[in-house]
Design a binder for this molecule. Structure first.
Ligand SMILES: Cc1cn([C@H]2C[C@H](O)[C@@H](COP(=O)(O)OP(=O)(O)O[C@H]3O[C@H](C)C(=O)[C@H](O)[C@H]3O)O2)c(=O)[nH]c1=O
Length: 182
């Protein structure tokens, strides 16, 4: 597998090297030893599946705060996404900056986000399925979020944005963020 640093400290793009034969393919998605060489932990406490019916749908940008701030590994199993990370670590050299990676089912690739980053994505195809691994349990009272159309971020979502949840439509901009993750 390739583990490529993104230019946000601690964030990586993970590309499996699929084994293919006449039956199909087999891809190793995580590896404690390979991840450890990049300082990436693999002590996941919860995993989630996120299915998005329609292309153009945006989910996020979300994070958890305080002791619930979590590392997250996001892998694309079906479809494709424009996956966005925003650095909310106040002492980071890339505080307030975003990066995007396109993830696809064909590559079975992932992004690893360290605690302190917000995460969101836009589905680029109908029927997109993401698999999440979390280093902390879901904490409803420790949910934070950032508005996907924050003018200070100007994230270039590739498709017209659709199907925002009521919560996501009301998320604050970075400038008025009450609480950062860490
Ligand atoms: C995140 C989460 C949610 N839930 C429950 C809470 C709601 O009743 C339901 C849907 O949650 P939500 O609308 O927050 O789902 P998304 O908008 O897809 O949020 C996720 O999408 C963005 C892009 C992320 O990076 C986060 O992992 C996550 O916040 O699942 C759980 O039971 N466990 C969980 O870990």
């Amino acid at each position: 597998m390739q583990i490529l640093p993104l230019d946000i400290p601690g964030a990586f793009h993970v590309l499996p090297e699929p084994f293919t034969d006449a039956r199909g393919s087999f891809s190793r998605l995580t590896c404690r030893q390979s991840f450890a060489r990049h300082g990436i932990g693999t002590d996941w406490v919860q995993t989630n599946a996120s299915f998005t019916r329609e292309r153009g749908t945006v989910r996020g940008l979300h994070y958890q705060t305080g002791a619930a701030a979590e590392d997250k590994l996001v892998c694309c199993l079906e479809g494709a996404v424009f996956d966005v990370l925003v650095d909310l670590r106040r002492h980071s050299p890339t505080f307030g900056q975003w990066r995007a990676v396109e993830l696809s089912a064909e590559r079975r690739d992932s992004v690893f986000l360290p605690a302190g980053l917000a995460h969101g994505f836009q589905a680029l195809r109908d029927g997109t399925l993401l698999h999440y691994s979390h280093s902390q349990a879901f904490a409803p009272d420790r949910q934070g979020g950032l508005h996907h159309a924050d003018p200070d971020l100007s994230i270039p979502w590739p498709l017209p944005v659709r199907n925002l949840s009521e919560r996501d439509a009301q998320l604050p901009n970075l400038a008025s963020l009450a609480e950062c993750p860490t």
